[in-house]
Design a protein around this ligand. Structure first.
Ligand code: HEM
Length: 179
């Protein structure tokens, strides 16, 4: 064991819950745009409410993070790795908020209803505008790629801490025994 402090239990639960939701969203989104079968509508019907749930949880998580600072990284971690860790964490927060907002805005600009199932419908957040719709559609696609790459880099860094450095950083989020 080493002295690396742990994340708050709430931070750990919301981290793993959102990791699963976001990974599912990336694959559902990719699946949606690559099929013209009846599965397309079924996937869209999951993508919209799950994406809005990611947005709500990201707001809760950001509020919690701003009031409960993360445990400090190990003092011997090279400065560039500390800077990369902080930059990628804030990029992930930005994407957790921007992706759902862009999805919602894109449907609004396209004049499509943002239905969440069970008769729930969100209001349009942008005026109907074909050029804006096309621009947001492209942004949603490119930011999804950035999200996926950042997610992979984040996983790579977590494994480096857990398997190579064994410095307690991965355990501070898994809450398990030794690493
Ligand atoms: C964390 C949140 C989200 C993630 C990670 C995500 C991810 C994706 C991905 C990967 C695609 C496929 C992009 C492509 O290759 O063209 C996509 C498409 C799409 N997303 Fe999202 N999305 C999110 C939130 C939302 C939300 C909240 C909405 C709407 C309320 C939405 C609406 C759409 C629509 C309408 C499409 C295009 C579907 C089609 O053309 O068939 N997304 N999304």
């Amino acid at each position: 064991m080493n002295g690396q402090p742990m994340f708050h239990p709430f931070a750990r639960v919301i981290h793993w819950l959102m990791a699963a939701m976001i990974l599912a969203m990336l694959f559902i989104g990719a699946g949606m745009v690559s099929t013209v079968s009846e599965k397309h509508q079924w996937l869209v019907g999951i993508h919209k409410p799950l994406g809005i749930a990611v947005f709500v949880l990201a707001l809760v998580r950001l509020g919690f993070r701003l009031t409960h600072p993360a445990p400090p990284l190990p003092a011997d971690l090279p400065l560039w790795q500390k800077l990369a860790a902080h930059a990628s964490h804030w990029l992930l927060y930005a994407l957790m908020l921007a992706m759902p907002l862009i999805g919602w805005g894109m449907l609004s600009a396209g004049g499509y209803p943002v239905t969440l199932g069970a008769g729930l419908q969100l209001p349009a957040i942008l005026p109907a505008d074909a050029t804006l719709f096309a621009w947001l559609r492209e942004s949603h696609r490119y930011l999804a790629w950035l999200f996926f790459l950042t997610f992979l880099a984040h996983m790579g860094a977590a494994l480096m801490h857990g398997l190579i450095r064994r410095d307690g950083v991965l355990r501070s989020m898994t809450g398990g025994g030794r690493d």
